[in-house]
Design a protein around this ligand. Structure first.
Ligand code: PRP
Length: 212
């Protein structure tokens, strides 16, 4: 069934974004209630928030400013490289620096898609022996799951649409949109078509060409 996208796309983005799936206001409201849920469970202990780079930047910044908890923040850099609509191999670009042994840990990511990222990262963090480990994602796309993994806190469950914005990119673009939008197929079709030459300013870091 086709998802109806009622909110108008700001004129600046109409050529590339075909609809707004989640508005800025909806995100703001949900992030606040998510923070309340996390707070309830993590109260009483210092929390270590581990955020997965790069897609979490906007969500993380909004979530943590609503968390009334003593917390420390660290990042794990992890990216999937490779063409096509499936996740490519995972590359760790930054390791955790804080010691999380015996700590209460909240792992934050922007989207849970195939589950490959979380299913690789979770055992790594678990091996560091935190007292508690919970996961929080803004978006969950259950239709795309290939790994048996779920998140403890989910902002929005979404259908299988190619989404960008609020941290989510296509070839590193659109992360700064304040809403979650659906990319026009013409934007990614020309790039995902292997017959077309991939245009990237940085050949070492090929754009991440995956359907979201
Ligand atoms: C995205 C996103 C998640 C992951 C989810 O990261 O930020 O970490 O994909 O997909 P999965 O469930 O299929 O593994 P990506 O590797 O594209 O890097 P980015 O965060 O820099 O965009």
């Amino acid at each position: 069934m086709k998802t109806k996208l009622k909110t108008k796309v700001p004129p600046r983005w109409r050529k590339e974004v075909e609809g707004v799936l989640i508005t800025e206001e909806q995100i703001a409201r949900r992030v606040k209630t998510l923070a309340r849920e996390v707070e309830r469970d993590f109260r009483g202990h210092e929390t270590v928030v581990i955020s997965l780079l790069n897609g979490t930047v906007l969500f993380l910044a909004d979530l943590i400013r609503h968390l009334n908890l003593p917390l420390r923040l660290d990042f794990i850099g992890v990216s999937s490289y490779g063409a096509g609509t499936e996740s490519g191999a995972l590359v760790f670009t930054k390791e955790l620096r804080l010691d999380v042994r015996g700590r209460d840990v909240l792992l934050v990511d922007d989207i849970l898609d195939t589950g490959k990222t979380l299913s690789r990262v979770l055992p790594k963090v678990r091996a560091l022996k935190p007292r508690r480990l919970k996961t929080c994602v803004l978006l969950d796309k259950p239709a795309r799951r290939v790994e048996k993994v779920s998140a403890d806190y989910v902002g929005f469950a979404i259908p299988d649409l190619f989404v960008v914005g609020y941290g989510l990119d296509f070839a590193e673009r659109y992360r700064h949109l304040p809403f979650v939008g659906v990319l026009h197929p013409h934007v990614y079709q020309e790039v995902l078509n292997p017959a077309d030459k991939i245009k990237s300013g940085n050949e070492r870091h090929q754009p991440i060409l995956r359907a979201r």
